[in-house]
Ligand binder design. Sequence first.
Ligand code: TGC
Ligand code: FAD
Length: 402
Amino acid sequence: MNVEELKSMNQGKDRYSAPDFYTIDEFLTEEQKLIRSSVRDWVKKELSPIIEHYAQEATFPRHLVKELGAIGAFGPQLPVEYGCGGMDYTTYGIIMQELERCDSGIRSTASVQGSLVMYPIYKFGSEEQKHKFLPKLASGEMLGCFGLTEPDHGSNPGGMVTKFEDKGDHYLLNGAKMWISNAPFADVAVVWAKNEQGVIHGLIVERGMEGFTTPETHNKWSLRASATGELVFDNVRVPKENLLPGVTGLKGPLTCLNSARYGISWGALGAAMDCYDTALRYSKQREQFGKPIAGFQLQQKKLSEMITEITKAQLLVWRLGVLMDNGKATPAQISMAKRNNVEIALNVAREARQMLGGMGITGEFPIMRHMMNLESVVTYEGTHDIHLLILGMEITGENAFM
Ligand code: TGC
Ligand code: FAD
């Protein structure tokens, strides 16, 4: 079935209504609400009708890349002079939430592009690099990926072995990255590698460079509508002008992760809000023992606990957004929000799935897909345990990583 057929078959079925129990909307500006409403409309019209099909087929809806660019989902927080949105971090968070309330994989595509590819080029790149890459990445003409994780270095990226040598007029890059979102279709990769002195640098590797391949990772039960792959570098000649001049060391990639983890804290909450909204609506319609299941105390307990956790998480990201907009958010605050919001989203998804009984395991409803997606979200961008250790170190001053 093609995209147009899927859209006409499923149009109007998405009845999402965002929960806002504490009227947190009052904290948002009119502009933020307007952007949210336009992204929400786009999601209902273009994404919801097709997402289940792509997830079931384990295929990346590649045609959406340009559309995501057109709605301003790529780098909305970066300056307009490079073709980006020039918006605040709260707006960035809101956009990630609207995308992930439909599917974490699509939010992944957008957050990798905006926070992990465009942001390092903006923050650490030369003017030439910014002008060459940012407008095309913002519009979706180009898709990017971010290569930090390696087969033997996930939580401990500082141990990476991917390396480059200075060959006079170019660098020679060797090594491999694993679990890379967008890799199979990416036009450019921001890759973190060590030089001969063991110092980490960022390099922009472009598709077509000899020795650079991006094999796809198959058989995922999670993020099935997002393409994941490896980055393999076999004597890749990288022009010297592709080195990011503005940063050395692990703080380079970790600075980018601050921005992406922040977006995930809003995004995962979106998935939770969708699961709650679906379960609430279902519970009012589904009758057993002669009345809607919403009338049973056990179901009300589930719903009440879900909305309580969602409301606490909404307050957390709203405040974190303000801190980000004022340049005051710390990495540990971001870790707390990423960790908490993914955890509550997983719990909400599991409870919501039970509320739908057998229907909860089908693709008729989005809950099982959210639940499986969130199993990746709880692992990537720093695992649940790693964020706990970041928090632990912040409050005790003791390093428990090693
Ligand atoms: P450590 O010695 O603590 O720090 C090394 C240097 O980095 C600085 N730093 C930070 N800078 C900015 N932001 C942060 N959050 C930072 N955290 C640390 C630090 O000050 C130091 O700077 P300097 O100047 O002294 O050199 O580093 P460590 O080796 O002990 O590691 C710390 C640890 C474990 C917290 C870190 O490595 C970590 O966060 N590990 C988790 C790895 C991770 O998150 N990987 C994510 C890969 S990308 C991904 O998953 C994308 S999925 C995308 C999607 O599809 O949505
Ligand atoms: P490991 O580091 O091997 O961890 C295994 C377990 O050990 C975890 O439970 C962890 O919490 C625990 N552990 C590790 N160290 C400690 C410690 N010190 N103390 C206590 N417990 C510890 N990476 C990228 O660079 N770019 C991407 O675009 C990207 N996209 C991804 C997409 C998907 C779908 C997935 C699944 C991953 C992606 N990743 C990406 C990789 C992701 O960031 C890593 O999977 C993650 O950082 C964990 O690394 P690991 O899988 O090697 O697990």
